[in-house]
Design a protein around this ligand. Structure first.
Ligand SMILES: [Zn+2]
Length: 468
């Protein structure tokens, strides 16, 4: 048993994003008692309330450091580790063709694949991303390197190979036949899904069915993936893809999907309704373990269908600014009842750190026009980067906050390791109202944090130690 002393900050319980403000826990003299064997939090609260039965065990005093839940990144591209800040001279489709497809083709080389897997894993640890939905490589050798390095580091992961059966010439190295698309995906599930413990409810490693987006697959692929998902959903396999990102008229992503498939809405292509007129052609890929990245330009019907099926959104404002994709309407999306969690979308997102994505979320949503403008509360930001991510991964009962009973995924944040953050926290204006002052400090912590301030990363109570 270990007791970690520090400044606890998390969103307790299981609130909605709007109720996250009332669920904010902020305890300067806090204590986390963790069972070393199970990694479960036994006690979380003020250190002077630690029960006597836990008092005699190992104590790790982090001083004034903040103890935050590990960040959850619900959308990040492993094969784009070296593609942040890639200049393609255009928006989504041009950037894919010019920068991304050629970059991802390099992962066919096993030596390159191992190097990028090590660097990807190291970047995750630097950024305190303890759990992630990882958009994978087309190549099994690269996925093997990814899963192997992630396990060596002791991080959580959901990932699946990127599926492409259609596309431009630049995507040719990433494409397979229809039959291979399904066979390789099923082989990956059979080999890697929950293979660390043999039980999806205790595993750190899970797999997903990951078509890149509708434009990279055919109706035959969508039908076969629907059948595949129906056959593996009970095993806790996930689905991950992109939705409604680029709305440039006629030549952008959304209009191209609608023209190509002759469907009424983009979401229909993932919902089994991928035939002309949005008529049903197969099984749906939507559900509680499905995460759609972006969802910037959804119709009301699409949002309500996602809420109805428990499908979540990976919100990636950093990436959306980088590719000129627009801004997901915060109020309308949240009001529809869809879970909205944070995603870096590296490499279209050019930041690895979830708090930087939250900082961009604050900026883009306060800049929405008219009544849509909203100044997100720091508790809502923290919620979106932690507990909402766990919820999107259908794993809220396991991690996402520091409640007793959860698995102990947490970060030790030491502001003195990053002088600009320390100076914000030390010298910034604070209200005389202690509650507002507390919120101002949390806001500065999230906005001002950078990787150097993350001193330690714990998953299931174990310190993550990783040599590249
Ligand atoms: Zn993406």
């Amino acid at each position: 048993m270990s007791t970690h002393l520090g400044h606890l900050v998390h969103i307790a319980g299981s609130p909605t994003v709007d109720d996250a403000v009332a669920a904010l826990v902020d305890i300067a003299d806090g204590a986390l008692v963790v069972d070393d064997d199970s990694g479960i939090i036994l006690f979380s609260g003020p250190r002077d309330e630690v029960p006597d039965e836990f008092a005699a065990h190992r104590v790790i005093d982090h001083g004034p450091a903040f103890l935050l839940p590990g960040f959850v990144d619900t959308h990040i591209h492993f094969p784009q580790t070296y593609s942040l800040d890639a200049y393609g001279g255009g928006q989504l489709l041009e950037w894919l063709n010019t920068c991304i497809f050629p970059a991802e083709a390099r992962l066919a080389d096993p030596e390159f694949a191992r190097r990028i897997a090590r660097d990807f894993t190291a970047r995750r640890i630097s950024a305190g991303t303890t759990a992630a939905m990882v958009f994978g490589s087309a190549f099994p050798v690269a996925q093997e390197a990814l899963f192997t390095e992630t396990e060596r580091a002791g991080l959580r992961i959901v990932s699946g190979r990127g599926i492409q059966t259609s596309g431009p010439d630049s995507a040719a190295p990433l494409m397979t036949s229809e039959a291979d698309a399904i066979a390789l995906t099923l082989a990956e599930i059979d080999r890697w899904h929950a293979s660390d413990t043999g039980d999806p409810s205790t595993a750190l490693r899970h797999t997903a069915i990951v078509p890149r987006f509708s434009l990279s697959v055919t109706t035959d692929t969508l039908r076969a993936l629907g059948d595949l998902y129906a056959s593996v959903a009970e095993r806790g396999v996930y689905v991950h893809t992109h939705l409604n990102e680029n709305n440039r008229p006629l030549t952008g992503e959304i209009d191209t999907v609608k023209t190509l498939f002759e469907v009424e809405s983009y979401l229909d292509t993932y919902d089994g309704k991928f035939l002309p007129g949005s008529s049903t052609g197969g099984e749906s890929l939507l559900g509680r373990r499905t995460i759609m990245a972006h969802a910037v330009h959804c119709t009301d019907a699409e949002l309500s269908r996602m809420a109805q099926t428990g499908t979540s959104i990976a919100h990636c404002p950093t990436s959306q600014q980088f590719l000129g994709s627009g801004t997901m309407p915060w109020r309308r999306t949240v009001a529809a009842g869809v879970t909205v969690a944070a995603g870096t979308d590296c490499g279209a997102g050019d930041e690895w750190l979830i708090p930087q994505v939250l900082a961009d979320a604050f900026k883009v949503h306060i800049s929405e026009p008219g009544d849509a403008s909203v100044a997100l509360h720091p508790a809502q930001l923290l919620f979106t980067g932690t507990l909402a991510g766990a919820r999107a991964l259908d794993a809220e009962e396991r991690f996402g906050n520091l409640d007793a009973g959860k698995e102990a995924d947490f970060l030790v944040i030491e502001p003195e390791r990053w002088a600009p953050l320390e100076s914000l926290l030390t010298n910034g204006i604070r209200s005389d109202d202690p509650e507002l002052a507390r919120e101002q400090t949390l806001f500065a912590l999230l906005m001002g944090m950078r990787e150097p301030a993350i001193a330690e990363v714990y998953v299931q109570g174990r310190l993550v130690e990783y040599e590249v």
